[in-house]
Design a protein around this ligand. Sequence first.
Ligand code: SF4
Ligand code: SF4
Length: 147
Amino acid sequence: MNKNKFWQILSLSEMTKTQWESLCDSCGRCCLHKIEDEETNEIYFTNVACHYLDEETCQCAHYDTRQSKVPDCLTIYPDWGKKFNWLPITCAYRLISKGRPLFDWHHLISGDVNSVHLAGISVRGRTLRDDRMGQEEVCKHIISWIE
Ligand code: SF4
Ligand code: SF4
């Protein structure tokens, strides 16, 4: 019997919608504002989160309608290529796109959806909200996020 799990044998483009959605660990980091250096293309994360991010669960409060509410909200595609760099290096989509394994704290490995919080990977309790500051202010909150 093949004991490999679906994420070990399927590419992102081969996954069902349910499999795809289950990869998200709800770290919430993709909902942080990011700044790209136009010269180096380096991405800098801030600790300023979209105001639709639930600060406790680290999930989107309006997931199904998110892009009508936030037009530049990211939608991840299997063929994203270099755009995967907009996601944290811990993100399952980025990891699998590069042929890397999931971390032990990922709920598909640990069996516990809270392990992303217990491992200190999620943004729970560590964000500011973008509806409480201007765009210029966001740039002052670049952080070196835990990798
Ligand atoms: S960074 Fe990746 S794993 Fe984390 S919430 Fe966003 S899509 Fe999910
Ligand atoms: S609208 Fe987009 S960026 Fe905002 S919390 Fe929802 S998924 Fe994250």
